[in-house]
Design a protein around this ligand. Structure first.
Ligand code: FES
Length: 449
């Protein structure tokens, strides 16, 4: 299939072939070579806090279950009965003692081990129960409560894979004075007409907000649109392995004085528009200073003003985790979850949720606009005469600083980095064999922090 598609030629420098958005065969290859090889974000561990709590998710387009077993370990089970293949769990989340397939009643425990077969005496001596346990992801790891899995046994350690994105995950978690977030405030799921990559491109695209979301910005205080103007001091950064950020921290007003560790307790100012994130309130800043020290507290507040893309399926925007699930080549499911902070006042967490709802909720002022753009791009891609889509904005002013490619906030640095990683994974057939989920007995997992 690879040679027929000529996949390595479909990303050529800063241009990508339109087939990346419309070709079913290419989509199938993406499921193998991207979602079958990369660490894929699944959920936050607070969503499966108790034994038996579960969430059904997808790794690429393969159904899976994340649960916590009786020993407190997170398990990632493929949602596929080892009798005749039905999914064994249908609900999106809940709490169970075991998973029972409704078709013929085979039952599996929280570690995926087959523990029950109705009328079992009909199976002969050659029947080996030990190979009938649910398949598991080959590797599972968490970082600061974020649960990732890989279907490939051979892959980098998660921390290495995260590369420069680790720093911004740390910032997101350190917004809590105890370093932990909670993802149990609900969320909403939507499906859009368009390829899964449109949402990833968009989440770190600083070129579109003043046009797509113009009605929102016009409701904000004067100067809000400067954030994404051609003269904005904001930046884009490629963080390695296809990860990137839209960096709005340069817009934060400098600290009082000369920027030294002045213990005046004055919190940094938020962005020109306060419409997307709540301001620090009450004793929140003091709690951060107590926990992390003044310098780190200021750094956390400033550097949290980013949109973070973790390749291939996670965006962290504002207070939310946004998981992107490919359904088919022109259908994508997105799950947005606002998070709260451990160790802060209810008032602070409520403000986070209200700020999230205002722009990203189902009837909000921002996010629905993007869905219309994805549908328009999807329809536009049917024009076959246009073979190449270009991501060349800011190419000549892009520079490397401390090993990271950096550009203006409206430049297409993140998209170029995303597609460079896409090409790297898609063009290499090696490792296809390693993508198969492991049997329960070969499962490996570890947790970091
Ligand atoms: Fe699950 Fe038959 S398919 S018990």
């Amino acid at each position: 299939m690879t040679n027929e598609i000529g996949v390595e030629s479909l990303v050529d420098g800063c241009r990508v072939n339109r087939r990346l958005y419309v070709d079913r065969e290419l989509f199938a290859l993406e499921m193998d070579r991207i979602f079958g090889r990369s660490w894929v974000f699944l959920c936050h561990d607070s969503e499966v806090g108790e034994p038996g709590e579960f969430r059904t998710i997808q790794i690429g387009n393969q159904p899976a279950i994340v649960t916590r077993d009786e020993h407190g370990d997170i398990q990632v089970l493929m949602n596929h009965c080892m009798h005749r293949g039905a999914t064994v769990c249908q609900q999106s989340r809940g709490q169970v003692k075991n998973f029972r397939c409704w078709y013929h009643g085979w039952t599996y425990n929280l570690r995926g081990e087959l523990i029950g077969i109705p009328y079992a005496d009909a199976y002969g001596r050659a029947f080996d129960r030990s190979v009938k346990n649910l398949f598991k992801a080959a590797r599972v790891a968490t970082y600061r409560g974020m649960v990732f899995a890989s279907l490939a046994a051979e892959c980098d350690e998660l921390v290495s894979y995260l590369a420069g994105a680790k720093r911004y995950l740390d910032v997101f978690m350190d917004l809590s004075p105890v370093g932990e977030i909670i993802a149990r405030s609900g969320g909403h799921k939507f499906t859009y007409e368009g390829n899964w990559k449109f949402q990833l491109e968009n989440g770190v695209d600083g070129y579109h907000p003043n046009f797509v979301h113009r009605s929102f910005w016009e409701m904000q205080p004067e100067g809000a649109m400067d954030m994404f103007s051609g003269t904005s001091p904001g930046l884009t950064r490629a963080l390695g392995n296809g990860h990137s950020i839209l960096d709005m921290s340069p817009l934060v007003k400098p600290r009082a004085g000369n920027g030294s560790a002045k213990q005046d307790g004055a919190p940094v100012r938020s962005l020109p528009s306060d419409g997307l994130k709540p301001k620090p309130m009450g004793d929140y800043f003091d709690k951060l200073v107590s926990a992390w020290g003044y310098e780190r507290a200021v750094e956390v507040l400033e550097q949290s003003n980013v949109n973070l893309l973790i390749f291939p399926n996670l965006l962290i925007i504002g207070v939310q985790l946004r998981t992107i699930t490919p359904v088919d080549v022109t259908t994508t499911e997105v799950y947005q979850q606002p998070t709260t902070l451990k160790g802060v006042s209810d008032e602070m967490n409520i403000a986070r949720l209200r700020a999230h709802e205002a722009f990203y909720g189902p009837a909000a002022l921002g996010a629905p606009d993007d869905l219309e753009m994805f549908a328009r791009c999807s329809r536009g891609m049917r024009v076959r005469e246009r073979e190449w889509i270009t991501f060349d904005r800011g190419l000549e002013r892009e520079r490397v600083i401390n090993g990271e490619r950096v550009g203006h906030i409206t430049d297409e640095v993140p998209q170029r980095a995303f597609y460079a990683r896409w090409r790297e994974l898609m063009a290499s057939p090696a490792g296809d064999a390693a993508r198969a989920p492991a049997n329960s007995h070969t499962h490996a997992s570890h947790q970091t922090r």
